[in-house]
Ligand binder design. Sequence first.
Ligand code: CUA
Length: 331
Amino acid sequence: MPPIVRSPRLFVLVGAAIASALVAAPALAGNGGFAPVPPESPNAEGIHQSYLFISIFCLAIFVLVEGLLIAFVVRYRRRNRPRHADGAQIHGATRLELAWTLGPVVILFVIAAFVFAKLPGIQDVPAASAGTSNLVVDVTGTQFSWEFRYPNGVVAFDRMRAPEGRTVELRVTAPDWDVIHSWWIPALAGKIDAIPGRVNRTWFKAQRTGIFQGQCAELCGLFHAKMLASVEVLPTGEFDAWLEQSKQQQDAGTGPLGEEMWGATCAKCHGPSGEGDYGPKIAGTALVGNPEAVEGVLRNGFGRMPPVGRDWNDNEMTAITAYLKENVGGG
Ligand code: CUA
């Protein structure tokens, strides 16, 4: 019977083909396709560094193991030995055995030490420095939107505004009638679960202005994929002006809150114009034109619809019922 593999050159060829396939995909993607998005907050920076540090070992171990595998396949191949004869037997190699026991122990220790050294900078909310207090924002995840509450009572949905260069402390939770979600803006720190009845804390301190995209990172139901989030980082003055203006608008029942709530909490299930999708058609119905009836449904739920508005304050309820009456209902 002819040998299955005639030449070591074939191994080299196959090895090169696999290697190029592995390298091609990351090389074609943005950011090298290898690392997470560029960090824009000190804690995201810590996560980024840990990721790269651990990757060095992963890559080295991968190359070592696969290299040895290919080398051994070539070196100890059957050659002219009869098909059922065993190869040469070996027993014991003390130095080798010590090396492959101690090597991994040392590697794991080095990785653990690095990560534990980085952890406080990732997890601990920095204390407020002289002159600037931390901004505390309450983040609530519900199927399938994110609600943000600012200290002055201003509310926003799905897009958080935040000041540049100031520590923003997030208190992340979910209502007790809802399910677990996960808050995650990759450029501004890691994931943190939004758990019903529990408050988890995280933070960021954005190093530049811009819009940073994120996504609920816990499978939370049918429209999990629509549970997007973004943080718009503004220069401090602009942020303060936005917060003050929003306060006045929301207290007066004007401004974009109603439309924002429509997009975040209604349209995902009922369709962009309320024409019906997963949820029934609501456009043009008498119920939607009746603020009191709408409030009842929002506070108590109806059929498969969860009580999305149970914890909404008066400003929110006014904003959404007025928007529905004016733009979606049958009048
Ligand atoms: Cu909320 Cu996935």
